[in-house]
Write a protein that binds this ligand. Structure first.
Ligand SMILES: *[C@@H]1O[C@H](CO)[C@@H](O)[C@H](O)[C@H]1NC(C)=O
Ligand SMILES: *[C@@H]1O[C@H](CO)[C@@H](O)[C@H](O)[C@H]1NC(C)=O
Ligand SMILES: *[C@@H]1O[C@H](CO)[C@@H](O)[C@H](O)[C@H]1NC(C)=O
Ligand SMILES: *[C@@H]1O[C@H](CO)[C@@H](O)[C@H](O)[C@H]1NC(C)=O
Ligand SMILES: *[C@@H]1O[C@H](CO)[C@@H](O)[C@H](O)[C@H]1NC(C)=O
Ligand SMILES: *[C@@H]1O[C@H](CO)[C@@H](O)[C@H](O)[C@H]1NC(C)=O
Ligand SMILES: *[C@@H]1O[C@H](CO)[C@@H](O)[C@H](O)[C@H]1NC(C)=O
Ligand SMILES: [Fe+2]
Length: 586
């Protein structure tokens, strides 16, 4: 046990002029011991971890401006009738959504919606480049964003196309073009690789997780780093384009989430920002499926109390495939992982439709096929930063028990512009069978990184400082534990394992039915020899934490729970190994 002390003494002496060689040798030894111990990645079984905070690196600017719309990443590069803003999304396991935009959006005093029936929605695809033998057809729509106020401009979108490809083989590379062949307006060829089929032995290689991305220089850096990590799937946990930081004229409305638009009759939006964001994302998401869920910046209220018009029109999500009546919540499988995407800005009460859907969805999950159960929604339930502190307690109080009882392994959120990983917990108490909550709202948007903690001196917010943009507020002081009688902790809470204010993204690599490697990458580390960030094996312990609902669930499944009527039917049958395909007649 004396060794480290001795080493340190020698190190101090390394600076002494008379012992340079020995000192250098010992330093090397010391560093290599550090490197070896540093190389051992902790597992969640080593937890609960003592709370750790890494302070914001104040040498970095806390944020940056949005890219100008003339930036090469944002300009429209194809003639009007050609597809742009091409994006993929998962449907059911044999199916995939392809979405794109044609035609020109309009913004101004007098705008007339385009007719979506004037352009066909076709995807030509095949497994050989240049030989795209199959065709799928879909539908198209337009949306408008209108404000009934003098001086505000109205917007109407380009034609937004959604086509669902069916009968795709797993783990297979497909090439595709999209557009309208009759108009000779097909996109250049692209490709994607389908995910492996749901099974406890098959997982996507890397899943990127990002939140609150926006469209700034920091967002660009995050997106570049996600691409460098070559994910096979991208989870985008709300607050996408930040179009509602602008006036309808395109000039800045407000630069923070809670700021009112001072000289404006309503919170305006600049919808062309969405088109810019679609172009910004295209290089990644025209080849890797992106699964979005709504954040508060997607609400975008307009005339007649219409909300989420852009989100609903632009993104294809598998809500029908998963039995949900709303694009604001849905579920899907990615290999042996069942993902649940919840809506923080739509009724989450026990009496409501989302809760009923969630309950049914959880009861249908077969952990023998998809051992991993991962949830994601925008506003975090557990957050020790001042920003949005305990903002969605009402949602947590309604839904937490259901997720816990079904053994959710991990839950990702955004909203807070920083990183935080929690110890396993349930209802604010450490619990080795609770989910691991992770906040990754650090995509880089224009609102800047959040650096203040609720436990910092004098920084405990009041409930009125964190009013959610949807739903009630449920303020209450803690009744037990370290923070009993108070609204905030005095130090970093025991459930907060690691927090750091920096921009970046996460990568989840599920290795098998029990182990997944989670890595949080900071933007400032790319291209550097030294890396900060966070890394941990998330380990499931199904034998120690039996899914409390499993037995009941099996019984239910056997008696009256039927599989959903498949929305996207298989066209191919799989015989023997997954690569042998047999076409079925339909
Ligand atoms: C945000 O981007 C700016 C400009 O590229 C950069 O200087 C800054 O370090 C970034 N900030 C963070 C927190 O990454
Ligand atoms: C925008 O649309 C609203 C609702 O239809 C309408 O009341 C308003 O006059 C329009 N604004 C302009 C500038 O045309
Ligand atoms: C094109 O693909 C189809 C189906 O995959 C295949 O039957 C056909 O032989 C291919 N044609 C060429 C020229 O490779
Ligand atoms: C919009 O919502 C407000 C407040 O909920 C309500 O009073 C009003 O009647 C609604 N307007 C329309 C056109 O539905
Ligand atoms: C949810 O329940 C709370 C408390 O019962 C209620 O105040 C609120 O209006 C409900 N929200 C919705 C959307 O039904
Ligand atoms: C809740 O805690 C705050 C300080 O965190 C305190 O000022 C307030 O009086 C407490 N409220 C109740 C009802 O105990
Ligand atoms: C799962 O992966 C982990 C990490 O590679 C390994 O230690 C463990 O033995 C694996 N479990 C099984 C059942 O293969
Ligand atoms: Fe948010």
């Amino acid at each position: 046990m004396k060794q480290p002390g001795i080493l340190l003494q020698q190190l101090v002496c390394w600076a002494c002029p008379h012992r340079p060689r020995l000192g250098a040798l010992l330093l090397l030894l010391f560093l290599s011991i550090l490197a070896v111990s540093g190389a051992a990645i902790p597992t969640s079984l080593d937890g609960p971890f003592p709370p750790k905070t890494v302070a914001f690196d104040t040498s970095l600017p806390r944020g940056s401006e949005d890219l100008p719309h003339w930036h090469p990443r944002l300009v429209k590069r194809v003639p009007s009738i050609f597809p742009e803003q091409i994006a993929l999304a998962l449907s059911s396991p044999d199916c995939l959504w392809v979405s794109w935009v044609t035609g020109d959006a309009q913004i101004g005093p007098e705008v007339a919606p385009l007719d979506p029936t004037t352009v066909a929605s076709e995807v030509h695809y095949g497994i050989q480049s240049g030989n795209l033998t199959w065709v799928s057809r879909g539908s198209a729509e337009v949306y408008s964003q209108r404000y009934p106020y003098e001086g505000l401009l109205n917007y109407t979108s380009g034609i937004i196309h959604h086509v669902r490809l069916q009968g795709l083989a797993p783990d297979t590379k497909y090439y595709y073009t999209c557009g309208d062949s009759a108009l000779s307006a097909l996109s250049e060829e692209r490709w994607f690789k389908t995910l492996p089929h749901p099974s406890p032995n098959n997982y996507p290689s890397r899943i990127a997780v990002a939140g609150d991305l926006g469209l700034t220089y920091n967002s660009s850096s995050t997106l570049d780093h996600i691409m460098t990590n070559e994910p096979s799937l991208l989870l985008m946990i709300g607050d996408l384009s930040y179009a509602n930081q602008y006036l309808t004229t395109g000039s800045k409305g407000a630069s923070c989430y809670s700021c009112e638009f001072p000289n404006s009759p309503t919170r305006e939006t600049y919808q062309p920002h969405w088109d810019a964001w679609g172009r910004f994302m295209e290089p990644l998401v025209s080849t890797v499926p992106m699964m979005v869920i709504e954040g508060n910046h997607e609400i975008e209220s307009q005339v007649e109390n219409v909300t989420f018009a852009s989100y609903n029109a632009r993104f294809a999500v598998p809500h029908q495939e998963s039995g949900s009546g709303s694009k604001l919540y849905y579920s899907f499988d990615a290999g042996g992982i069942h993902f649940i995407m919840l809506g923080g800005y739509v009724d989450y009460n026990r009496t409501g439709e989302q809760y009923l859907w969630l309950k049914n969805d959880l009861e249908r999950v077969n952990r023998d096929v998809t051992p991993w159960l991962i949830a994601a929604w925008h506003p975090p339930w557990y957050n020790s930063y001042s920003s949005h502190y305990r903002e969605v307690e009402c949602m947590r109080l309604e839904m937490e028990a259901l997720l816990y009882e079904h053994g959710v392994d991990a839950a990702f959120s955004g909203h807070v512009h920083a990183y935080e990983r929690c110890n396993r917990l349930y209802d604010y108490e450490l619990n080795s069978c609770g989910p691991i909550y992770i906040t990754v709202g650090d995509g880089g948007n224009i609102e800047k990184v959040d650096v203040v903690h609720a436990d910092d001196d004098g920084q405990c917010p009041t409930p009125l400082d964190s009013i959610p943009e949807f739903g009630e507020i449920c303020p209450s002081n803690f009744t037990t534990g370290q923070a009993a009688g108070k609204y905030c902790w005095d130090t970093q809470p025991e459930w907060s394992a690691f927090r750091e204010a920096s921009f970046g993204h996460g990568i989840l690599e599920v290795l098998n039915a029990t182990h997944a490697l989670w890595t949080w990458h900071r933007n400032q580390d790319f291209g550097q020899a030294e890396h900060g960030g966070d890394q941990i094996y998330i380990v499931r312990t199904p034998d120690v934490c039996p899914n409390l609902r499993t037995r009941k669930q099996r019984r239910l499944r056997d008696t009256h729970l039927h599989d959903l009527e498949p929305v996207c039917k298989r066209k191919l049958n799989y015989l023997g190994s997954k690569n042998q395909l047999v076409y079925s007649k339909e």
